[in-house]
Design a protein around this ligand. Sequence first.
Ligand SMILES: NC(=O)c1ccc[n+]([C@@H]2O[C@H](COP(=O)([O-])OP(=O)(O)OC[C@H]3O[C@@H](n4cnc5c(N)ncnc54)[C@H](OP(=O)(O)O)[C@@H]3O)[C@@H](O)[C@H]2O)c1
Length: 170
Amino acid sequence: MLLKMILAMDLDGCIGKDDGLPWRLRADMLRFKRLTVGEGHNAVLMGRTTWESLPEAYRPLSERLNIIVTRNEEYSVDGAYACLSIEKGLGLAEENSSDICWIIGGANVYEQCRELVDEVHVTMVETNQSGEVRVGLFTEDNWEKETVEIIPADDQNEHDTTYMILRRRS
Ligand SMILES: NC(=O)c1ccc[n+]([C@@H]2O[C@H](COP(=O)([O-])OP(=O)(O)OC[C@H]3O[C@@H](n4cnc5c(N)ncnc54)[C@H](OP(=O)(O)O)[C@@H]3O)[C@@H](O)[C@H]2O)c1
């Protein structure tokens, strides 16, 4: 099973605002779905806060094994598995023969998984100070960066964005 991370951040590393996303970026949402669904045998692992931030109509995320991490032993929701640690969540994805387990946030979970992944799919949102939830920028020079697509702002995409793939240098 491959382990990959996917996130959208602004130039300051902001990823969230008031427990939601700070922006409306349709092209990014479509890419997120296309990549995380993949061939239809993938898992998505997320923190409990991110799960609760998903609009009800979109959860569980379709065609993906949804794994939530929480330290609350009582936590239970329809359509997703709750796991008490990231290791248990990854184990569950593996047991279900997932091709890829995508780490989909939020900040707390991204930071804990940073050293575990060799590939990070970043949508760089070309704006600043979007919100109070932040992650570290991937400035270390052990990441090789491939810019894949630049999408200008329009009526469905609030900001210019640059989609890039970061691969850990071995
Ligand atoms: N821009 C993006 O790409 C993107 C993607 C995803 C999310 N977001 C944003 O990020 C924000 C949420 O991020 P966040 O950092 O506040 O929360 P989060 O990472 O989504 O969830 C944190 C929660 O996950 C559980 N958790 C974390 N580590 C754990 C571990 N090792 N073992 C067991 N449980 C663990 C805990 O839940 P309990 O408290 O239940 O124990 C913790 O409170 C929202 O604003 C969301 O919109 C942005």
